[in-house]
Design a protein around this ligand. Sequence first.
Ligand SMILES: O=C(O)CCC(=O)C(=O)O
Length: 259
Amino acid sequence: MSAPSDQEVADFLRDGYLVRRRMAAPDVLADLNKVASQHLEEQLAPAEYEIDVHYPGAPVGPNDAGAGTVRRLLGACSRHPLLRQWATSAQVCEVLQTLFDVPLDEGIMLSQCHHNCIMTKQPGFSSVTRWHQDNRYWSFDQEDLISVWLALGREDRSNGCLRVIPGSHVMGLAPGRFDAALFLRTDIPENKALAGQGKTVELDPGDTLFFHSRLLHAAGRNLTDEVKYSLVFTYHRAGNRPIADTRSARFPSIDITTR
Ligand SMILES: O=C(O)CCC(=O)C(=O)O
């Protein structure tokens, strides 16, 4: 796997995302799937349940449907060496170094505070994720982070794949465009027009989506009878520091730079 081409970098800068096909090798993918399904089966903590997400339509009370359904297996980086191996791999680092356009002496840092999870979307229950930017709850010097989303299986509309609004990472969106939970409001005509520009990101197993932390994205329900598993990590340049005493500074970031 090589560094992204100039065209890929230009696409990322314009659109706010880039898909690299078949980035994880089949044997790596098989091992990661084994870990993910075992940990889900055992409900190995820490986990976030559907009741914790507070998305619209998510269960509210402990007896509501789906309340006990796992949505994210957290702490992926310290959960299993294979997960950490992927997250800190030279191939992921190489792409990030190019997309961030960092000088050789500046590190690429893996945040242990954000994403850092096996995202599971289960057939029995899954709430919709409305349009949002991940930066909404993150506190860094600059809103300039990149998340890396590895599809462990096929992802399309039938199982609630991601949708993105190309170019939204560079749009100046006034605070009034968002609701109290910082989702894009649905009662504003400009937002409806914007959402209409959404594109579905279909991924095959091993495909990897790199997306900017200001990119508007959303996802639907899993309507199939199989669990959807994705591995999601977030990175920042060493010079873009988490702000002290915020959730983003709770755990130290890990330098993944290959020098
Ligand atoms: O529901 C999903 O698959 C998307 C999750 C998401 O957008 C997020 O965690 O930021």
